[in-house]
Design a protein around this ligand. Structure first.
Ligand SMILES: Nc1ncnc2c1ncn2[C@@H]1O[C@H](COP(=O)(O)OP(=O)(O)OP(=O)(O)O)[C@@H](O)[C@H]1O
Ligand SMILES: [Mg+2]
Length: 374
């Protein structure tokens, strides 16, 4: 595996910093945080007003002096200071005091499989700033694969899609490492924006934040072509008055065609880069969808129709990555055979090597921070 399972076993905290949600799992306590990655701050004083669900509720409804910040996007921490303030507030004072008492708190964090050194460093610094003395980085597809109970450490192909808010990672794993993978800038938020834009451009209707959900059902295969239209409420672009329109399911499906095509192309690209033996394995096992967008109605059916592969949705797909990290910190994952695993990791695509280097660099960064703090 391109990361050390021994070092992971010594971690107490597992963190998945997502663009939409932040999840924190603590050994023996379980999932202690699963909240929106949002911080509301006073723009004049810089004071923290709210985090998580409360901050999310304020988005789109704030007066001038309050700003809702999202410190993570595309799987990368873009505002380290805000991410640290958010994490501190989300985990709460009691947990933070317990962390401070541990001189060697170790944290495991998942990062996108293609995260560059800057993104890795940002993840490490965020955790170092909230008390972690060492930070272990694990790529999200591997963590998600473990979290949904797939045999990622075995010498057989496993195809995982991590369908997040802003990106989808498509990966084929074998022997605990990524053999071929890609990231598409398409997620739950992309679908949301595609639907909002479509209604604005073609029906001159501005949807409220939660007005898109009724349209999701029209994406489901359960709605046959010719089925009844969906009713949506919004604000007329021209008059500014409330208006209700009826929209045809075929129209809704056409609105998300472009991002869907991008996703399908990337799946084909990953399969092309896979050795034939692994592709043959996938004919039997198919692909597993994890991440919040896996719950988008009709996504599994669309992927099945276009790839011909079996498509499974993981149980509780949104928490797979953090549960996988937690399983690794609990020591539930064992390498298939250290010699074989090493040989495979070395021969796998560059991604595995990158992950290895970044892991070491990441840990060094955390240690450096600790030294500096001391
Ligand atoms: N039932 C659902 N139907 C459709 N989309 C959903 C559903 N539940 C969640 N989502 C979408 O899933 C996304 C959140 O998924 P997830 O929690 O995996 O994201 P994340 O890990 O924060 O993001 P990322 O991995 O991109 O950083 C949101 O865009 C949300 O709209
Ligand atoms: Mg995610």
């Amino acid at each position: 595996m391109p990361f050390s399972l021994d070092r992971l076993r010594r971690c107490t905290v597992a963190v998945d910093l997502g663009a939409a949600r932040t999840r924190v799992h603590i050994k023996q306590s379980g999932l202690v945080v699963d909240e929106p990655s949002a911080v509301a701050v006073n723009t004049y004083s810089g004071a923290l007003i709210a985090v998580g669900t409360a901050a999310e509720r304020m988005a789109g409804r704030t007066p001038e002096h309050i700003r809702v910040v999202r410190p993570v996007t595309g799987g990368m921490v873009v505002d380290i200071e805000m991410a640290q303030r958010m994490l501190r507030a989300l985990v709460g004072e009691k947990v933070r005091r317990a962390w401070r008492r541990r001189p060697s708190l170790r944290a495991a964090v998942c990062v996108p499989h293609n995260a560059d050194p800057l993104a890795r460093r940002a993840a490490v610094e965020t955790l170092a700033g909230v008390g972690a003395r060492r930070v272990e980085l694990v790529d999200a597809p591997t963590a998600a694969g473990v979290g949904c109970g797939l045999p990622v450490e075995q010498p057989e192909a496993t195809m995982i899609l991590v369908c997040g808010a802003t990106t989808t990672q498509v990966a084929v794993l074998s022997l605990g490492a990524i053999v071929a993978a890609t990231t598409v800038p398409m997620g739950g938020d992309t679908i949301h924006h595609a639907l909002v834009q479509h209604l604005r451009n073609h029906h001159e209707l501005m949807l409220p934040r939660h007005g898109v959900r009724p349209l999701h059902q029209a994406l489901s295969g359960a709605v046959a072509p010719g089925d009844g239209p969906t009713e949506v409420h919004g604000r007329d672009v021209v008059t500014g008055r409330a208006r209700t329109i009826l929209i045809d399911p075929a129209d809704v499906r056409a609105a998300v065609q472009a991002p869907m095509t991008g996703l399908l192309d990337s799946i084909r690209g990953v399969l092309h880069r896979c050795p034939p033996d692994l592709v043959a394995d996938l004919a039997g096992s198919g692909m597993t969808l994890t991440g919040g967008m896996a719950l988008l109605p009709g996504l599994d059916q669309r992927l099945h129709e276009n790839t011909g592969m079996a498509v499974h949705i993981a149980d509780d797909p949104a928490t797979c990555a953090v549960r996988g990290l937690a399983a690794m910190t609990d020591g539930a994952v064992r390498p298939f055979g250290s010699a074989a695993a090493h040989a495979r990791s070395a021969g796998a695509a560059g991604t595995a090597d990158t992950a290895d280097t970044a892991d070491v660099a990441g840990t060094a960064d955390a240690e450096k921070q600790t030294a500096e703090a001391g």
